[in-house]
Design a binder for this molecule. Structure first.
Ligand code: SAH
Length: 461
């Protein structure tokens, strides 16, 4: 295989960035923009020894799972890598991916997986599910204010106010802001010169409460004529919080550290299940609240609590799972590396009147082993947990942590994962050390993207 060679390729899989993957005579090719099930004509753009990259020239035979994309710029934007795949086929792909990783990396047999895997939990309406959106603000060639998204890996803005994953009110808000800026000659930030005022607009929406937050990220300390903007924005039904965030740094980080209130309060409120959360512009909050409720509901079900248990929730973020569990357990300990997230977790416990949750700031792989060692020293016996829940980032759990978890001998371990490859690796370790996988269920938190979450229950042998 050589560069510039033209080929016909049948696409059999989807890569980590949504690209199509096919094989020709055993040689693997990654084909951007090709969809699983397509037969395409492509030209090789880069040829390595065992694999290469190709550019699609045309679709010879379209995948039977191709659907009309909802958003004309789906591919360009990079957010929706597989929007052109029917939702059923997306769910099928995600299930197979989890299954494949558990088999290949975890070493579980197909018979075993068939017996523990439950059908993927998808969405009824796989669009408009995001409760948070961040839009960059810029200027087009004619000097007009535009907003949309960055094209590919550049910082050039492609104008687009409609996003199929966001809520509808986003468009109304963006239009008000763009018109206000044009009419009042408020400048947009220019990254090359580092001049201009408005950098980004953050919008958050509470799915259960209908409360809306708008935060303008600005390269300055003040927001001129903001009362005119506030006048319009505050008339939108549900508007609760209008703020600005000062970010004067030359950086890709969107939000600044300080928040100033222009109108209303500094946060919105929303619920996951019956637990209430206060969400400020800087808070972390799960972006798909509908699926989060299902995923964490599943974690709760797997935890099998009866009211007397001691539970650890590792990588607890703002305590979403911890507070869910606390309602059914005797005591919940949460551990999280980001101090602000723990501030939010403690505050959320307080506003819900939850008193049996305690939170620690630190690395899970340090906090738990230290707690274990300290406990043994003080009490002369081993620290015990009935249930341990983990919800780590993509890299999965540190082995030091898994080692301590096993020493604590919890009856059940509930593993919530956003990367089934590292999940498979960690399950293998746990199964070699006295645990058995009982239930596995993928949950589709991010329709139209290649990402998938998985909940898994392990039981002590
Ligand atoms: N269940 C949480 C989200 C978990 S996402 C919620 O709903 O809020 C994974 C979390 O792990 C993130 O909040 C991240 O900051 C945290 N994290 C990353 N590395 C960590 C580590 N080594 N120890 C503890 N927490 C960590």
């Amino acid at each position: 295989m050589e560069k510039n060679e033209k080929l016909v390729i049948k696409i059999e899989d989807i890569g980590v960035n949504g690209e199509g993957i096919g094989k020709v005579d055993g040689y693997t090719l990654f084909v951007k923009d090709a969809l699983i099930g397509d037969t395409v004509e492509a030209v090789i753009t880069k040829a390595k020894k065992n694999y290469g990259y190709a550019k699609m020239l045309k679709v010879l035979e379209p995948s039977p799972h191709r659907v009309e994309k909802r958003c004309p710029v789906a591919r360009q934007c990079g957010g929706c890598q597989i929007q052109e795949l029917s939702y059923e086929a997306q769910l099928d792909f995600k299930t197979k991916k989890v299954y494949g990783n558990l088999e290949r990396i975890g070493g579980f047999s197909p018979e075993f997986l068939d017996s523990v895997m439950e059908p993927i939990c998808g969405m009824e309406n796989p669009f408009n599910y995001r409760n948070k959106a961040q839009f960059p603000i810029g200027t087009d060639k004619e000097g007009n204010i535009v907003t949309g998204f960055y094209a590919g890996r550049t910082h050039q803005i492609i104008p687009n106010m409609e996003c199929a994953l966001g809520v509808e009110v986003n468009q109304e808000i963006l239009k008000i802001i763009v018109d206000f800026m044009n009419e009042n000659h408020i400048s947009a930030y220019d990254e090359t010169t580092q001049r201009g005022l408005v950098r980004h607009v953050l919008i958050r929406y509470g799915f259960k409460t209908g409360e809306i937050m708008v935060c303008l990220v600005i390269n300055g300390d003040k927001f001129p004529k903001s009362e005119k903007l506030v006048d319009k924005l505050s008339q939108i039904e549900g508007m609760t919080s209008i703020t600005y965030s000062v970010n004067r740094e030359n950086t890709n980080v969107i939000m600044g550290k300080e928040i100033g209130i222009l109108w209303g309060q500094g946060y919105i409120t929303d619920y996951i299940g019956n637990v209430k959360y206060q969400i400020s512009p800087l808070s972390f909050f799960q972006v798909n609240p509908v699926q989060t409720e299902k995923l964490y509901g599943l974690a709760l079900e797997y935890a099998g609590l009866e009211g007397n248990e001691t539970v650890w929730d590792l990588y607890c973020g703002i305590g979403t799972i911890s507070l869910f569990l606390a309602q059914k357990a005797k005591k919940v300990y949460g551990v999280e590396i980001i101090p602000q997230a723990i501030d939010d977790a403690r505050n959320n416990a307080k506003i819900n009147g939850i008193e049996n949750a305690e939170f620690f700031v630190g690395k899970a792989e340090e906090v738990l082993p230290e707690y274990y060692a300290q406990y043994e020293k003080e009490h002369g016996e081993k620290a015990y947990a009935d249930v341990i829940v983990v919800d780590p980032p993509r890299k999965g759990c540190d082995e030091t942590l898994l080692h301590t978890m096993v020493k604590m001998q919890p009856e059940r371990i509930v593993y919530v994962s956003c990367d089934s490859a590292t999940l498979a690796r960690d399950l293998k370790y746990l199964c070699e050390n006295g645990y058995e996988v009982k239930r596995v269920r993928p949950v589709d938190q991010f329709p139209s993207t290649v990402h998938t979450e998985v909940a898994c229950l392990l039981q002590k042998n």
